[in-house]
Design a protein around this ligand. Sequence first.
Ligand code: COI
Length: 353
Amino acid sequence: MQINITKAQQLKPLPDDSGLGFGTLFTDYMLNMDYDPENRWHNPRIEPYGPIQMDPSTMVLHYGQAIFEGLKAFRTESGDIRLFRPKDNIRRFNTSARALCIPELDEQFVLKAIKKLIRLEQRWVPKAAGTSLYIRPTVIAMDPFLGVRASHTYRYFVILSPVGAYYAEGFNPVKIWVTRDHVRAVRGGLGEAKTPANYAASLYAGEEAHRNSYTQVLWLDGVEQKYIEEVGSMNIFFVIDDEIVTPALNGSILPGITRDSVIALGKAWNMRVSEKKIAIDEVMAAHENGKLQEIFGSGTAAVISPVGELKYGDKVIRIGNGGVGPVADKLFKAITDIQYGKSEDLFGWVEKI
Ligand code: COI
């Protein structure tokens, strides 16, 4: 399929790289593609960034049939631009598509189209330390219809946003609040798909955490509210007795690409790494016994986010010395060094555009 480009009349001025936040600025162009049962995915095109016109009855607005992804492009010191594990993102996009009854996309074509968009927008890939170009592929259900069923028509789009740190804390430790009143996802539900519903489900408890001066919520399983699942919008890791431990994927946990990178690096460093069911009580007990060394979240947006404090019921515990632990620090450096081309890409994670 040919990707047509419609040029913008005027290009936006570039922002100051050093003051970038997360997800507030958008580039000049976006990628669009449509689906209908007769033509399947068709009409891929790059057009000026702008509003999507839709009927008020458009299905995505009513029933949330949508999926998205998040990946990043990085500028190396020599000026090259690289994507981090884009094929894994695109594969997960299709896994989410299946969960939401959305027609899958051709993975090779999508990668080619995203690379074409980034090449056109390369001036937007920021240079300052810790910055990148965040890429947000999305599919939304487009039928103008109020009956509950899967839509017949869809829009795929990709928007780009130059970003700095995701949290105001940057790489400094965040405080997390364990909720027993709310769950993010349930067994047999949508938890492993990247779909807006999971983020909507996280808002109420997130607000409650904020009101209590906590940054993020630690999610327990939706059945017994006993086993740890995720933190905020990230996967979660513990260092207990020198072992890296993370909840095993169980259908309600997002299979994070940064999560997978942490596991691969931990193993490559000959550390003990295990993916298993882990109860909040075990974590509290490990803290009591002096064996809980670190807790951190992992995700594309923040990469690694150390946890300095955790509140569970009326217990508040300080993790390590409340600062950034050595494993979180080493992982953050190792992952970002690969992303920015400062160290060898031993795992084949980086893709030039
Ligand atoms: C990530 O960690 O990349 C996320 O999933 C957060 C994103 C929804 C902004």
